[in-house]
Design a protein around this ligand. Structure first.
Ligand code: T4K
Length: 371
């Protein structure tokens, strides 16, 4: 058993010798960014691995959200979104000068509730930005029906949903755009990184212009783009990590199974149900929800007790985005409008979940919770 703190996650790292070999090639080529060889190779490899038609790499997972809204041509209006996410989701709406409209989530999946989406639509609504929270697929069919009925764009924040599939089809093909994060804390990482998945070569082209200042060629700028390109070093790192990601996901699945078995009968601890149907999960997070009355102590008491034992879970996603000062004056941000999300945020702890946890670590975590 290790005395080192057990962190909520640990980055998947490529083999250092293999990385050094690729670095030597990059050094030799002196081509280190701007759609270089490894950038192109990683885009192809990811499109194939993720079973998506078109993907554009980015330097993180926030700029794809900002850029997708721009690529969708949305300049004014309201975007319906979830408050139960990482703050980058809503920030991307704000950075585009659009108004976020928060609606409540489903208590079972933690994802945006389609019925609530429909009720929040006004004549200013232009788009929906759902999140596949913890990698659990949203109700993409219901969301698309609403989007079609009201002519709305759908931009999925799929930061947690790398490799998630339903009936053999990538969840990233839902909506108009899906965005990914390849941050160090994610199932698959390029240190920092991200991507947009789209449906057409034309849209990929548009996105590729926008992530390179809007340059179409040496002398033509098609729009006010930004610089959000991934460099060659991280693309090479990403290619190597792609070879290891399946094994890492399998290890995460093992951890999830152990947690499920050990915690299923603990009074006052709720876990997400395994999704019905043929879903390939990525086990990116393992949230538990604490009912103080039944468990005996509150979420925060447990959170800090675990910390004392060197177990560093995280309260993703507390506080709710809608409760941050930046957003709290928006009418839809009132907690009375978001009772389910408020409850989830106040009761959640994400347990350590990564490929390096061994059975002793898992036992230590389970003992600390069940004792
Ligand atoms: N949309 C959604 C739904 C997201 O969840 C995120 C990001 C985004 C959009 C935006 O994507 P990016 O622009 O970030 O690509 C983390 C991540 O920084 C963030 O990427 C992630 N979501 C969010 C949920 O979590 P922190 O502040 O909790 O991370 P931090 O630094 O406290 O790390 C957590 C633990 O991970 C540490 O205790 C130890 C371990 N760790 C972390 C790093 C960075 C390592 O072992 N090595 C490392 O290098 O935000």
């Amino acid at each position: 058993m290790t005395d080192k703190p057990i962190t909520v996650t640990s980055p998947l790292l490529p083999d250092l010798n293999e990385l050094n070999q690729l670095l030597a090639i990059i050094w030799d080529s002196k081509y280190i960014t701007n759609n270089g060889h490894y950038h192109q190779e990683l885009e192809q490899a990811l499109a194939s691995y993720l079973k998506v038609p078109y993907i554009s790499l980015f330097t993180n997972g926030t700029l794809p959200l900002i850029t997708a809204l721009q690529a969708a041509g949305i300049k004014h209006g309201e975007v319906i979104t979830t408050p139960y996410s990482f703050v980058a989701t809503t920030h991307s709406i704000w950075w585009n000068g659009l108004t976020p409209v928060f609606v409540d989530v489903d208590p079972v999946t933690c994802n945006i509730d389609p019925q609530q989406i429909e009720q929040a639509i006004t004549d200013k609504t232009v788009a929906i930005m759902p999140v596949h929270c913890y990698g659990t697929p949203c109700d993409t069919v219901a969301i698309q029906k609403i989007a079609d009925r009201y002519h709305l764009k759908v931009i999925y924040d799929a930061a947690h949903a790398f490799g998630v599939e339903q009936n053999g089809i990538s969840i990233l093909t839902a909506g108009d755009f899906s965005t990914l994060s390849f941050h160090a804390t994610k199932v698959y990482n390029t240190i920092e990184g991200g991507a947009i998945v789209t449906h057409s070569a034309e849209m990929k082209q548009e996105i590729d212009y926008l992530k390179n200042f809007g340059f179409q060629n040496e002398t033509t700028v098609v729009g006010p783009g930004i610089n959000s390109k991934m460099d060659e070093i991280r693309a090479a790192y990403g290619l190597l990590n792609l070879k290891k990601v399946d094994k890492a996901i399998a290890k995460r699945k093992h951890v999830a199974q152990k947690y499920r078995l050990a915690l299923k009968d603990v009074p006052g601890i709720k876990m997400l149900p395994e999704p019905a149907g043929n879903v390939r999960l990525n086990y990116s997070y393992f949230p538990i929800f604490i009912d103080k009355k039944k468990y005996g102590i509150s979420r925060d008491e447990l959170y800090f007790k675990l910390k004392d034992h060197g177990i560093l879970g995280r309260r993703y996603f507390y506080p709710l985005i809608s409760s941050f000062k930046t957003y709290s004056s928006i009418p839809s941000a009132a907690s009375s409008n978001l009772p389910v999300a408020t409850e989830l945020a106040e009761t959640v702890i994400c347990l350590p979940m990564h490929h390096l946890l061994d059975d002793d670590d898992i036992e230590k975590i389970i003992n600390a919770i069940t004792r």
